[in-house]
Design a protein around this ligand. Structure first.
Ligand code: IFM
Length: 812
């Protein structure tokens, strides 16, 4: 194993447990299970959660006198339960159930092994019987299989250090789970599972099936438990017989195993999980039973699981030393556990909080904007599947646009199973206890993120089969939406897009305005113009066929395209005080007393909650939650950004951009983990002295739980993937166009040495290695064609089996 691939937690800390559960989640892109303790099924410190990608259910709840409907990623039955105690005689317990909360817990250690994809727990207990102290050691290894996506396994080894007797063990599946992992949602109905049935099969298998209550997805788990005392005399061990206990919503095996010092007891639990959503499955119950009955033992599963992880790591090589490297590997691990090649077989999007918890209900936001650019260069088939998720929901997005009187596709701010708008109408401010109207559905910029991803995927993968069909259709319909949303203002001779919310969610209305939304959000308008520009480029460059067929089917005639041309050149961008305005009127808002608020509250990341609790609102202030205008510097390399503004007839030079960066840097609270990524990226590219500070904020967002308790409710997938891309594209300046890898490095002094391998248009293992003052490019021997690189003023080809080192221009 490469060095430094583990995350270790020493000691039992109930206050930290839910955070550890999120960070120690194991998954495979099909399902994931939080790193919860199997000894207990709940309690304040514990939140077991198992989530299958795309398994949603919709329920109606009553809050603040209103009936609200929410669709949630469902917490499925818990397959982990395995508890144990000492038995004096068969069936006669002689100790309490052990577990992290047991008062005899002596040591507790937990190790997440990224290379192997396992979570190992080591516990040691003491217990007193009639004055005698007994010591029990427990080592437990778990995996969620990366090769066989429906399998998981848990192996527990018990060691009696100084006593002989028996262990009473219970291995169960628990169907009593609800969605209760997020305190803010406690007033919402979380009972998503119904029709629960339990059964036993043969000597060692338990079954539990159920269905989601309204979406009717059938879910089935089957668990095979095997236990034996290790055969010290070398004879084949005999598994211990199991006793079945079936409840209405739980199924358990009980077993009593003799144990003596030097003869550890091993219990293996192998679990299969299927749903009726799975491709090529008619009966999930039968599929789970079949799979678990045929599954090999833990040792074989571990071997094939590790081999699958090794293959993944080869496709995602990232070599960064020190603590940043360790964190980046953890981020990569969680990205791959959420979005693996198995995901490419499913109809799912990018869940903002991974498959690691219930925050944001497993919904899909614009966060894929921070995820796909990374995946494009390693797992293009996963990117394509995620874009196909959007394409399948294109008709729904077109209906949504139509319902607001617009044309084209208006994608929802929050998407779930069928692509309708899932954004909540009310959200709870935990600080004030008030339910507040939520206008985030006005973040129509999500459409530009989808179009951007279509375009960048096409450039990186060269997959014209997708780009010229589903990709083009999606992008053209989004362009059409922007064209119909833009209103011509004769006084300004410009097109304006009114009534939106930008990425900065702190401004959802003008102070005192009766209607929500702000006008001419610069990010929204510029990206809309860019999308229109790409749509026109497609119209010009798409080959025949399929161009005519697609354009005819969409009813896209030349006059409409001429309208797009005009709009793409004349969308309005507001400016004030020598900087780009976040939106029309931003510069007229009051200045916030940042120092005063910091002094009073310390952490003011969630300024919106603080002000609302004070009876005030962020709408009144020049205070942004997260990068908004600066997102433009994240999406577009300097030359492209300048060209976009030039096409719009605005001169945005380096000085104006730097002034804009400084302006918003002083007015942003970073209430989203995405903000650190964008600021780190933009400041690094602007050679700003604060760049590393924001990169560190992005790196530590989840491991240090910077947003105060939110990581326990699920990781921040966009920020995790964003940090990978920060190295991959941000620090290298990598762009892919014209069959060339364009580089424009902006190395940070704190991260000036790193290496990565890329997959680019069917070529694998293309190497980039940065060192202070030099860049090494390589192409493996196995590749067929040379790769072309361009660095500012130099171009070169690297032929297969060779490398080329070039000197980097000195930093300005
Ligand atoms: O999409 C983000 C948004 O930008 C900030 N709030 C959280 C969302 C989901 O991650």
């Amino acid at each position: 194993m490469p060095e430094d691939w583990t995350w270790e937690y020493e000691g039992w800390d109930p206050a930290e447990e839910r955070l550890r559960e999120s960070l120690c989640t194991l998954g495979n892109g099909y399902f994931a299970t939080r790193g919860a303790a199997p000894e207990t099924t709940g309690g304040p410190a514990h939140y077991p959660g198992t989530y299958v990608a795309g398994c949603y259910n919709r329920l109606v709840s009553s809050v603040a006198g209103l009936s609200v409907e929410n669709e949630d990623l469902v917490n499925l039955p818990n397959w982990l339960p395995l508890r144990y105690r000492i038995a004096e005689t068969v069936d006669r317990p002689a100790s309490a159930w052990f577990g992290p909360n047991h008062r005899g817990l002596l040591t507790y250690r937990q190790v997440l092994d990224l290379w192997r994809g396992t979570l190992t727990r080591q516990l040691r207990f003491t217990d007193r019987l009639r004055g005698d102290r007994r010591h029990l050691g427990v080592e437990q290894v778990r995996l969620v299989h990366m090769g066989s996506p429906h399998l998981a396994a848990l192996r527990t080894t018990f060691t009696a250090e100084d006593w002989s007797g028996a262990l009473l063990i219970e291995s169960a599946i628990d169907g009593r789970t609800t969605n209760a992992g997020v305190e803010r949602y406690r007033e919402l109905d979380g009972h998503h599972l119904g029709r629960i049935r339990t059964a036993a099969e043969g000597p060692d298998i338990l079954r539990l099936r159920c269905a989601t209550r309204t979406s009717g997805i059938r879910v089935a788990l089957a668990a095979r438990t095997t236990a034996w005392p290790n055969a010290a005399d070398g004879r084949a061990p005999q598994p211990v017989p199991l006793r079945v206990r079936l409840g209405e919503r739980t199924a358990a095996h009980h077993l009593t195993v003799p144990i003596t010092p030097g003869q550890p007891v091993v219990v293996e639990k192998v679990v299969a999980l299927h749903t009726s959503h799975d491709p090529a499955t008619s009966d999930p119950d039968a599929a789970a039973l079949d799979q678990v009955a045929r599954a090999p033992g833990f040792a074989d599963l571990l071997e094939s699981h590790q081999a699958a992880w090794e293959r993944l790591w080869r496709r995602a090589e990232l070599d960064v030393s020190g603590e940043p490297g360790r964190i980046l590997r953890l981020h990569l691990f969680h990205v791959l556990q959420t979005l693996s090649p198995h995901t490419a077989e499913l109809d799912v999007g990018v869940p903002a909080r991974g498959l690691h918890g219930e925050a944001y209900r497993g919904h899909v936001f614009w966060d894929e904007l921070f995820v796909l650019p990374y995946l494009n260069l390693h797992f293009p088939e996963v990117s394509r599947a995620l874009l196909e998720y959007r394409h399948r929901r294109l008709p729904r997005a077109c209906r949504a646009a139509e319902q607001t009187g617009r044309a084209g596709a208006m994608y929802p701010w929050q998407s779930g199973s069928d692509g309708r708008e899932e954004a909540q109408k009310l959200h709870l401010n935990p600080r004030s206890g008030r339910w507040v109207a939520d206008h985030s559905y006005l973040q129509h910029h999500v459409g530009s993120a989808i179009a951007y991803n279509v375009w960048r995927y096409g450039q990186a993968s060269g997959d014209t089969e997708f780009l010229y069909t589903k990709g083009a259709e999606t992008l053209l319909q989004i362009a059409r939406f922007w064209a119909s949303a833009a209103e011509y203002d004769p006084a300004a001779h410009r097109y304006r897009i009114r009534g939106v919310v930008g990425p900065d969610e702190y401004h959802d209305a003008y102070p005192g305005a009766p209607e929500p939304g702000v006008d001419d959000n610069a990010y929204t308008n510029v990206t809309a113009a860019w999308v229109l520009g790409r749509a026109l480029e497609l119209a010009e460059t798409m080959p025949e066929p399929p161009r005519q067929e697609l354009f005819e089917r969409l009813g896209l005639a030349d006059e409409e395209l001429a309208g797009w041309e005009d709009i793409s050149r004349r969308v309005r961008v507001p400016f004030h005080a020598g900087v780009i305005s976040q939106f029309e009127g931003y510069g007229d808002l009051a200045e916030l007393d940042w120092d005063g608020y910091r002094e009073q509250y310390g952490d003011i990341r969630r300024l919106d909650r603080i002000l609302e609790a004070e009876g005030d609102t962020t709408n009144r202030y020049q205070a942004s939650k997260q990068a908004d205008v600066l997102m433009l510097g994240y999406l577009f390399p300097p030359a492209e950004l300048a060209a976009v503004f030039q096409r719009l007839g605005y001169a945005v030079d380096d000085a104006l951009w730097r002034a804009t960066v400084d302006y918003y840097l002083r007015r942003t609270s970073h209430g989203s983990t995405l903000s650190g990524v964008v600021h780190g990226w933009v400041l690094a590219r602007a050679r700003h002295s604060d760049a590393w500070k924001y990169c560190q904020e992005a790196l530590t967002g989840d491991v240090a739980d910077l947003q105060g308790g939110t990581t326990a409710e699920g990781i921040h997938l966009g920020a995790m993937a964003g940090t990978l891309d920060l190295v991959q594209r941000g620090l290298t300046g990598l762009e892919i166009r014209d069959d060339t890898l364009w580089l424009d490095p902006a190395p940070l002094p704190e991260l000036s040495e790193f290496g990565l391998t890329l997959r680019y248009r069917g070529q694998w293992g293309i190497g980039l290695r940065m060192k202070p003052g030099q860049l090494l490019t390589s192409v493996p021997e196995s590749n067929e064609a040379p790769v072309r690189f361009v660095l500012v003023d130099r171009a070169w080809h690297v032929t297969p089996g060779t490398e080329r080192v070039v000197a980097l221009p000195p930093a300005e």
